[in-house]
Design a protein around this ligand. Sequence first.
Ligand code: SF4
Length: 326
Amino acid sequence: MKTSTKQPLLTVNRLTKHFHIKRGFPKSVSYTVKAVDDVSFHVNRKEAFGLAGESGCGKSTVGRCVLRLIEPDSGQVFLQNTDITGLNNQELRSIRKKMQIIFQDPYSSLNPRRTIGQTLEEPMRVHKLCENDNIRDIVIDLLENVGLSAGVIDKYPHEFSGGQRQRVGIARALLFNPELIVADEAVSALDVSIQMQILQLLQNLKEKLSLSYLFISHDLAVVRYFCQRVAIMYLGKFVELGSVSQIFDEPLHPYTLTLRNASPIPDPSIEQAFAQLKGEVPSPISPPQGCHFHPRCAKAKDICSREYPKWIELGKGRGVACHLYG
Ligand code: SF4
């Protein structure tokens, strides 16, 4: 069946995930952390959609809920027409081949006692992806596709640099010919020069294999370089969503504006006013009443401390949650 190129590859509707924790001794008190609170977005085919925000804002939880590595409390996640939130384990295993993840630290997800060849060959055998005789050749092809030579196949993870290990992580994500890759801080732990190489590799693979990315990063400069659209998160909620040019050239939400102004633009011809966010991110256990950003917002009004702003659609795929608009 031919699939419409206009239909989003991934559609997320009103996704919510709350964690319930207990603290204190001898009498413990229960708290609820709204890690992801009513979040909706879509990722088009061959698109890199960015999720950005400070650490702890819930962006990684969104990525894991999308893959059902964490069970969402409510909401729907569609891969094309399939609602993956309603799938049983067997159906989920099958659809997960189309949705893979690249982690920030590939070292911790590689078995130090297995060679890279063993690590990559085993899932192919288990899932009977091809004839046993062909597996080694396919793994060598895969390694070459991510910029590693055939000679590394018998090496162990500790023999690789950080950048090479991330290439192995990417090769592992490609084993099942996925359509969507969740890249969770995939370049954050790498040196800047290596970051660029890995981003270029991901970009080339996107073109060559028609991949789509849900690209999660706290680094706005990286998101600006790599993504076509981006959502900004703050304490579990989207505060602004739009194309990269809308978000970075004309940010509307005061949080987006401050984040943008704190992130360097790699162009000496552009004069930039650096700004710092005042205060810490509030505890997600007890977020401020009203707009969660109001204690740090230079433009806060009376209503901001009383009511959480509604999400407003501004057309052309742009949205914002702020009392300054609508
Ligand atoms: Fe600032 Fe109010 Fe907008 Fe929140 S709703 S970002 S406090 S102006």
